[in-house]
Design a protein around this ligand. Structure first.
Ligand code: ADP
Ligand code: MG
Length: 361
């Protein structure tokens, strides 16, 4: 482990893609209106997937037509996974995780093979993370989600779930309640009060499927950024990578706490500042520690760099929920995984190999 303490306080950080100005502008303005010069990076932005903003960038100089085709297919893949993973809405012709939750306690239902593959993956991540990343935590997460929504509608009366409600909900969070029949292509939640929530890894998983498509196309020099789940495909044409930056707490600040140079890999951050609500001056964020059933209190943020964006996303949530010794041990034990922990007092620690991505301390 490297214990690196930076000069600047970083009690809250934000992972940003430090894009070329032209691309940042075009991304934020909306792709359709962007008209980049020849050889300038091209970008498209989508607002409808995973409750966040998605960007597709091409630094490889593809023709406008080819970029249109490729970004349209990326958008299509994101849309399909968005619909499959949605736990709040159903879509016509799609049996999704909302359908699975609705059927809890009843018969097994047939699912799209992509959903079966995903569920197997999610269950494996439960084992890998010692249960810290548990997609069957839905009953508990829903209590927090409902309080967050209520707080946003009526901040004066914001409240948190009671201990009794949380402990009651916890009884319906066993991973074994999710039954998957690979041969039949069906799944079932055996307890009517249990539900699945894939917020911790769904986005990253979908991004990885889009990255797979681009790789199969032979595309290189692309960057996907779906709500901060960043996945670089290949390198820039000159062989260099891209700079992502961990920002200082003051969102207005121009300088960054730490810059990271990445290529051909994913980079995902989970942080306390991403989604939260406030009760009696206390902030409650959206990543829940399975032991306390309250927001995990170990770190301000946690960044994972590893090639597979789905793994990066799942791990970013899991490592965030683990005390330092366990969190560090798990990250170090995994081949090709690097992580950066930012503690509440601003201290930063990282895995041994992380420094290779952060050339300027
Ligand atoms: P985000 O996707 O919001 O950037 P994360 O990847 O850390 O951040 O995922 C947070 C989401 O994961 C929460 O909104 C919730 O849906 C879900 N979640 C929170 N805590 C856990 C947990 N311990 N296990 C599984 N899922 C969780
Ligand atoms: Mg995550």
């Amino acid at each position: 482990m490297n214990g690196l303490r930076l000069a600047k306080q970083t009690w809250a950080i934000l992972l940003l893609l430090a894009l070329l100005p032209a691309v940042a502008g075009c991304g934020l303005r909306g792709a359709e209106s962007a008209a980049p010069e020849a050889n300038e990076p091209k970008g498209k932005v989508y607002y409808t997937y995973f409750d966040t903003v998605s960007y597709v960038y091409d630094y490889a100089g593809d023709s406008a037509e080819r970029f249109d085709d490729r970004s349209a297919e990326v958008s299509h893949i994101l849309k399909e996974y968005h619909e499959l993973f949605d736990i709040y809405h159903e879509y016509s012709g799609v049996t999704n995780l909302c359908s699975l939750n609705k059927a809890a306690g009843g018969e097994a239902i047939s699912l799209d093979p992509r959903l079966i593959d995903f569920l197997l993956d999610a269950r494996e991540m439960y084992d890998t993370t010692g249960g810290e990343m548990n997609v069957m935590l839905g009953a508990v997460l829903r209590l927090w989600h409902d309080c967050r929504e209520a707080a946003s509608a009526d901040p004066e009366h914001a409240a948190i779930p009671s201990e009794a409600q949380l402990r009651e909900a916890e009884k319906h969070t066993g991973i074994e309640l999710l039954e998957i029949d690979v041969e039949q292509g069906t799944a079932r939640i055996s307890d009517p009060l249990a539900s699945i929530d894939v917020g911790a890894l769904g986005k990253g998983y979908a991004v990885e499927r889009a990255a797979e498509y681009l790789e199969a196309e032979g595309a290189a020099g692309y960057v996907l950024n779906v709500g901060g789940n960043i996945r670089c495909i290949g390198t820039r044409p000159d062989g260099s990578g891209w700079v992502t930056a961990i920002r200082n707490p003051d969102r207005a600040a121009e300088d960054f706490a730490l810059r990271i140079n990445i290529q051909d890999t994913a980079c995902v951050t989970s942080g306390v500042y991403e989604r939260y609500f406030t009760v009696d001056g206390q902030r409650y964020h959206h990543i829940i520690d399975k032991d306390t059933l309250y927001p995990a209190a170990f770190y301000e943020s946690l960044t994972v760099i590893t090639k597979d964006s789905g793994l990066a996303d799942a791990l970013s949530t899991a490592l965030f929920c683990m005390p330092w010794d366990e969190s560090a041990a798990l990250a170090e034990s995994m081949e090709g995984v690097e992580a950066l922990w930012v503690f509440p007092d601003g201290e930063q620690r990282s895995t041994g190999g992380f420094a290779a991505y952060a050339p300027e301390p």
